[in-house]
Design a protein around this ligand. Structure first.
Ligand SMILES: NC(=O)c1ccc[n+]([C@@H]2O[C@H](COP(=O)([O-])OP(=O)(O)OC[C@H]3O[C@@H](n4cnc5c(N)ncnc54)[C@H](OP(=O)(O)O)[C@@H]3O)[C@@H](O)[C@H]2O)c1
Length: 250
């Protein structure tokens, strides 16, 4: 047991996340989850994440997308949060360009129902070099699939449902080697159950009493996945934890 002490000031909150070497993933791509939880583990308040996220967490959330080749998210989060496309500031964009990456990572939405407003900004205002991707399964409604293809890149990854392993392989084949998953809990739980979560960046917000929804909802029967703490920072009363998948249980 060790006491945590306040260490040196971190000049740039994103710095420790940018410094992580994600170039040698266990599988075809590296998957980072980025979530915020209350002290009681809640992942939402009245169906939205907004009031759970403190000012330093919101700032990090926006900037964290700089690490990603693609930002992956479950459909319910897109619907509830009114998700838009990824926007990075000019400094982040030029840093990415200098690394030979697209200026902005595209967003990829996982859905079987394809129940979306296809005129929404998340599809309509995506940059030409970072179109929104829709990851679905063969059993999805063909008319909705055709509509999706008019405004997004459609990836079919599974028959009756999107298979996480198939989806990630497809993203890797498209050149996306660092995948940032922003939830929601159901989709993140599927990645955990498939043992495809390599890193979890978890902000602990100093509040309790939200929805009975944990940050990850694993399907029944999924085993435990072990993680190792690789970093901890704090600003005001928010704690920022960074875990990587531990190899101990394999
Ligand atoms: N605390 C945080 O950091 C955080 C982050 C994100 C979201 N949230 C909160 O989490 C809540 C939403 O999360 P959620 O767990 O309900 O939903 P979610 O994971 O965002 O999305 C679930 C949806 O994704 C699609 N999906 C998931 N797995 C699939 C599979 N294997 N095959 C095909 N489609 C699949 C389905 O979409 P279709 O229904 O379209 O088929 C499913 O209904 C919101 O309240 C949001 O505010 C919190």
């Amino acid at each position: 047991m060790h006491e945590l002490e306040r260490g040196a000031e971190v000049p740039d909150a994103l710095g420790p996340y940018l410094a992580v070497d994600r170039s040698r993933p266990r599988h075809e791509c590296w998957v980072t989850g980025h979530m915020v939880a209350g002290l009681d583990g809640t992942a939402a308040v009245a169906g939205r994440v907004g009031s759970l996220s403190t000012t330093p967490d919101q700032a990090l959330f926006r900037r964290m997308r700089q690490i990603a080749d693609i930002v992956l998210v479950g459909a319910e989060t897109v619907r509830r949060e009114g998700y838009g496309c990824v926007r990075l500031d000019e400094k982040a964009r030029s840093q990415r360009r200098a690394q030979g990456r697209s200026a902005t990572p595209p967003l990829a939405v996982v859905s079987r129902s394809l129940a979306f407003d296809w005129t929404a900004n998340v599809f309509a205002t995506a940059p030409a070099d970072a179109p929104t991707h829709v990851i679905t399964c063969a059993a999805a409604d063909p008319e909705r699939r055709a509509r999706a293809a008019e405004v997004a890149e459609v990836v079919v990854a599974g028959d009756e449902r999107v298979e996480p392993v198939v989806a990630l392989r497809a993203l890797a084949d498209l050149g996306h080697r660092v995948v940032l998953c922003e939830g929601g809990p159901s989709w993140l739980g599927e990645l955990v159950a498939a043992d495809r979560l390599d890193e979890l960046c978890l902000s602990i917000s100093p509040m309790m009493g939200g929805d009975p929804l944990p940050v990850s909802v694993t399907p029944p029967g999924a085993g435990l996945a072990q993680f190792a703490l690789e970093g901890a920072m704090l600003e005001d009363d928010t704690i920022f934890l960074r875990y990587e998948r531990s190899h101990d249980d394999r």
